[in-house]
Design a protein around this ligand. Structure first.
Ligand SMILES: NC(=O)c1ccc[n+]([C@@H]2O[C@H](COP(=O)([O-])OP(=O)(O)OC[C@H]3O[C@@H](n4cnc5c(N)ncnc54)[C@H](O)[C@@H]3O)[C@@H](O)[C@H]2O)c1
Length: 319
């Protein structure tokens, strides 16, 4: 039986340990097992994070094995290679699909009933891989998708307009990667169309500003990796937010990546669209309105991912 208060973190590098740290502080879980192919790394991170517990809420935090994940409500996977400077997320595909071929069967053979939250990159392809290799129902396998990219977008719009970014409603959708797009046509600040809000704040060059902000969002990871080799705090907060939505059954709308069936003609592809996320994972994908150009961009992004899904089936035997 699933223990709704238990999480498993597979992969305890920068992203796994930062996410575990964020989760520890959140109080969402009362038990978390940390697993890494490098057992000492998992042990060290669990010890270090646990030493902050007297300043937080109780959680049993330990390094463990796959036998410890059986009753976890959410199994978060951050294991795998990360981007090096000048590498794209898609460059990681071969290494990380092979790593997933060792991890997912370990989960599947233990008949876990929890949810899989995929974070490793390329996240859309690995979520598809995890879905296929686990045999889990589709609503129980989701990827962090463009939740982080959307947070970056909101942050930058908030800075540009000098308004609380939580009042900004805008999404990055599509691949979590270079073919992602900003759904500008439905962006708004508390119900006021973005263009109108910009003008209210003295900004009139909409296209120029949108291009600049979009490029900054898309290139954030490259810029950060250039400076500090990895990105992890932003994604850690995104992981925490997704877990919170599931465990508290918030039914919030987050652009996680999940399997598509028909929205904007997308079929059998895992990609990010806003979705209602609650205790049963992805409850429904929300078909936000997109203009023609955005629909075209989304289609391109989905086509690229579909081609890569075909490639991992033929080259890596993911069935
Ligand atoms: N989805 C997102 O928005 C997002 C954001 C940042 C990073 N990432 C991705 O997260 C992943 C991890 O990044 P990182 O910076 O933490 O890398 P890292 O190298 O610091 O950590 C990866 C960890 O995975 C472990 N690992 C490797 N193979 C394993 C296996 N078979 N079983 C268990 N553990 C294994 C390694 O020992 C290491 O500790 C990368 O793929 C990165 O691109 C995703």
């Amino acid at each position: 039986m699933v223990n709704i208060r238990k999480a498993a973190m597979i992969g305890c590098g920068f992203v796994g340990s930062s996410s575990a740290f964020a989760l520890m502080q959140s109080g969402i879980f009362s038990e978390m097992v940390m697993i890494d192919v490098n057992r000492e790394k998992a042990e060290g991170e669990a010890m270090d994070i646990a030493h902050g517990l007297p300043f937080a809420r109780p959680i049993r935090l330990y390094a463990g094995t796959y036998d410890d994940i059986v009753d976890a409500a959410i199994i978060i996977i951050t294991a795998g290679a990360n981007q090096k400077p000048d590498e794209t997320r898609l460059d990681l595909i071969h290494k990380n699909v092979e790593i997933y071929k060792t991890i997912i069967p370990e989960i599947a053979k233990r008949n876990c009933e929890g949810m899989l939250l995929i974070v490793s990159n390329p996240v859309d392809i690995l979520t598809y891989t995890a879905l296929k290799l686990s045999g889990f129902p589709e609503d129980r396998v989701l990827g962090s998708g463009t939740v982080l990219d959307t947070a970056r977008l909101k942050y930058l719009i908030g800075e540009h307009l000098k308004v609380d970014n939580r009042s900004v409603h805008a999404f990055i959708i599509g691949e979590h990667g270079d073919s992602e797009l900003a759904a500008w046509s439905n962006a708004n600040v508390s119900g006021v169309r973005l263009d109108a809000f910009c003008e209210m704040r003295g900004h009139y060059f909409h296209e120029e500003s949108e291009d600049k902000i979009y490029e900054e969002v898309k290139n954030s990871a490259y810029e950060i990796i250039q400076r500090k080799q990895a990105t992890y705090y932003g994604i850690a907060m995104a992981v925490k937010r997704i877990c919170e939505c599931i465990i508290r059954n918030e039914q919030s709308i987050l652009p996680v990546s999940s399997m598509m069936h028909g929205i904007y003609g997308m079929e059998d592809v895992v990609i990010s669209m806003p979705a209602i996320v609650g205790k049963d994972g992805v409850e429904a994908v929300v078909p936000i309105e997109l203009d023609e150009e955005e629909q075209e961009q989304l289609k391109k992004s989905a086509t690229l991912l579909k081609e890569l899904n075909t490639m991992i089936k033929t080259e890596h035997g993911v069935k």
